[in-house]
Design a protein around this ligand. Structure first.
Ligand code: FAD
Length: 362
């Protein structure tokens, strides 16, 4: 007998949405998170409007803003305005609030079946024919029938299993800027993306209430000094007099590389742990939510009331991800080298202008 049916390691959008989906199945689910919630996560917090449909509860209480206008530049030039009004408008969230909200909703919905433990650093011990064993803070061993690894970009669980051995990373640095109210008001409905304002990368400015801008740069390759690039981008994009305070934070972004194994028989990698991130834009929240949902679907399909064998959970999950997420990311992967290496201008003029390959839209 295992301690739990499912252990979820990590409480980001991938782990949170998996927990939410499992909450009404009655499966005994334990979420283990190394930080204390709400925890901070450097992130622009932008999602396409449609990402809301991936979450089975109303997320409007934690939407910090909707931005009906997307303003694009090609290296500070060639301004392009796109509008996506109403429900289709991209959504902006503050990650500490959004991620915590999903977990709280899962616990409430689970009515005792979903349990959260914070300050729990997890190491995968082993996977047997019958169970998965993890150790917590180096002194306690907990067992479950299945494990959802939602432990983010530097997933130790993926490494321990030898999955995704050739993980490729982009790097991003974000600054949360508190602006004057007047500046914020003038830009509050615009999501700005300045493509190729740095070599192999782009800059963004996303407005989040109250009076806060997520301003950042991302780069596809690790040979660029991001601090300097971010400083230049902010200097050229926001008047100094409008900045009240700023706080910088960086983190790696694992980039999707094509169909690869992201599960074993009993362990399912989700979100950044599975490198399910748009290889051109670095957008990852929607894929984290989606893969969390698919992991729960694979589990309930194989381990639910039917009593069917759970030996196929990993296989079912892999197929679901390849079909529902992999196809989309593989199509985007074709643009990666064109956009950031071969011909940024051709990419911008041909695909961005015709709105065929835009991040944070549907
Ligand atoms: C600067 C920046 C800006 C970004 N902007 C956007 C954006 O605007 N839109 C977008 O869609 N994507 C964006 N992304 C990508 C997005 O942040 C990620 O794709 C998303 O957070 C993935 O969610 P996740 O649940 O897989 O992992 P995470 O959100 O990273 O959560 C992983 C969790 O696991 C926990 N954990 C790790 N190891 C352990 C352990 N051993 N034991 C227990 N717990 C553990 C961590 O504490 C964390 O809470 C951005 C990324 C960066 C770096």
């Amino acid at each position: 007998m295992t301690d739990f049916d499912v252990i979820i390691v990590g409480s980001g959008p991938a782990g949170g949405n998996a927990a939410l989906e499992l909450a009404d199945t009655g499966l005994r689910t334990l979420i283990l998170e190394k930080s204390e919630l709400p925890r901070n996560k450097p992130c622009g917090g932008a999602m396409p409007g449609s990402a809301q449909n991936l979450v089975d509860v109303d997320i409007s209480p934690v939407i910090a803003n909707r931005t009906p206008v997307i303003k694009l530049y090609n290296n500070y030039d060639d301004e392009l305005h796109l509008s996506s009004p109403g429900e289709n408008a991209p959504v902006l969230v503050r990650r500490n609030e959004f991620d915590h909200y999903l977990i709280k909703q899962a616990i409430e919905k689970g009515n005792g079946a979903v349990v959260l433990r914070e300050n729990c650093k997890v190491v995968l011990e082993n996977e047997t024919d019958f169970a998965v064993n993890v150790s917590v803070n180096e002194h306690e061993v907990i067992t479950a029938k299945l494990l959802i690894a939602a432990d983010g970009a530097n997933s130790r669980i993926a490494s321990k299993l030898g999955l995704l051995p050739h993980r490729k990373f982009a790097a991003a640095l974000e600054s949360e800027i508190v602006t004057t109210h007047a500046h914020y008001q003038a830009h509050s409905d615009v999501m700005l993306m300045n493509l190729f304002c740095l070599r192999h990368g782009y800059g963004w400015i996303f407005p989040k209430e109250p009076n806060t801008l997520s301003c950042g740069v991302g780069v596809w390759g690790n040979h660029i000094k991001l601090r300097n690039e971010l400083k230049l981008f902010i200097e050229r994009s926001i008047p100094k007099s409008a900045i009240a305070s700023e706080e910088k934070q960086g983190w790696p972004i694992p980039i999707y590389q094509g169909y690869e194994a992201i599960s074993t028989q009993r362990v399912l990698l989700v979100g950044d742990a599975a490198a399910l991130v748009d290889p051109v834009s670095g957008e990852g929240i929607r894929y984290a939510l989606h893969s969390g949902k698919l992991a729960a679907a694979a589990i309930t399909r194989n381990l639910g009331d039917s009593g069917a064998s759970h030996t196929t959970v990993g296989g079912t999950y892999q197929k679901l991800v390849d079909n529902e997420i992999g196809v989309d990311l593989l199509r985007k992967l074709k643009f990666d080298s064109l956009a950031f290496r071969a011909s940024p201008d051709y990419f911008y003029n041909t695909f961005v202008k015709s709105q065929k390959n835009l991040p944070y839209t549907d």
